[in-house]
Design a protein around this ligand. Structure first.
Ligand SMILES: [Zn+2]
Length: 255
């Protein structure tokens, strides 16, 4: 019997027959893995807390060979993010994070850095809502794009490479993947108008640490601009439309 041990975060689960569940975990060494949790649909399952959405676990998994899914042997919870689960907005943000990872990362594609990024973002969300959670999300998105090879060019104009310091009017090109200067705007008819503030902030969100980003205070309108630009960019990359943002906005309106 071959067993392997790994840390992992629960991304989602779905039912398998009457008794079992398939749980999608994200781990640093093995990437996204689908594992069968036997008996997990039973009320008194020993896996109940281990496979809850967002749980950060240490798992022992039984390897079943190429043709069948691995099975969960045992595990323990390292952290279950109780504060996030008490707060609807923070919970919605967290759901969005795990959904992003689930949708954009292929199975068994390890990105240890992305795992650490996900974990760090969840721990910052756990800390509190008095900080700028919206910027934290945007920073996570930009860093995720970067890890997966879709990093937009934000240091200057993606076409002529003029530095941001020398650009007066800014645009964003989905097609070229980055900022455009006024002189180059004609190269992309579908360019998005974006303010200087939002352009510079996007670059800051990409290159600064999450802890720094977390403590910034920025106008809501600039946050919104970045959010819409990035959403368009994610969509352009040919990925499926995300469902959670609508869910989040209904909570933001309530706040
Ligand atoms: Zn240019």
């Amino acid at each position: 019997m071959i067993l392997y041990k790994t840390e992992a975060v629960v991304l989602r689960d779905y039912d398998l027959g009457d008794q079992d569940k398939i749980v999608v975990f994200y781990s640093p060494k093995y990437g996204k893995i689908k594992v069968v949790a036997k008996g997990a649909r039973r009320i008194k399952s020993r896996f109940a807390s281990l496979i809850q959405l967002l749980s950060y676990d240490i798992l022992l998994i039984h390897k079943n060979g190429e043709k069948s899914l691995d099975t969960l042997n045992e595990g323990e919870i390292k952290y279950y993010f109780p504060e996030i689960k008490k707060d609807l907005l923070r919970f919605a943000y967290s759901c969005y994070l795990v959904e992003l990872v689930d949708k954009f990362v292929g199975e068994r594609e390890p990105h240890p850095f992305l795992f650490q990024l996900l974990l760090k973002t969840l721990f910052l969300l756990e800390k509190g809502s008095k900080y700028t959670l919206n910027l934290l999300m945007r920073s996570f998105e930009l860093k995720l794009l970067s890890v997966l090879g879709y990093r937009p060019y934000l240091e200057g104009c993606v076409n002529c490479r003029r530095d941001t310091k020398l650009i007066k009017s800014f645009y964003f090109s989905l097609k070229l993947g980055g900022l455009l200067c006024g002189s180059c705007q004609e190269v992309d008819k579908g360019r998005i108008n974006i303010s200087k503030k939002a352009s510079l902030l996007m670059s800051y969100l990409l290159f600064s640490s999450l802890e720094k980003v977390f403590q910034q205070k920025v106008d809501k309108s600039v946050q919104k601009e970045i959010e819409l630009t990035l959403r368009a960019y994610f969509f352009y990359q040919g990925q499926r439309k995300m469902f959670t943002p609508h869910f989040i906005h209904s909570f933001e309106k309530l706040e």
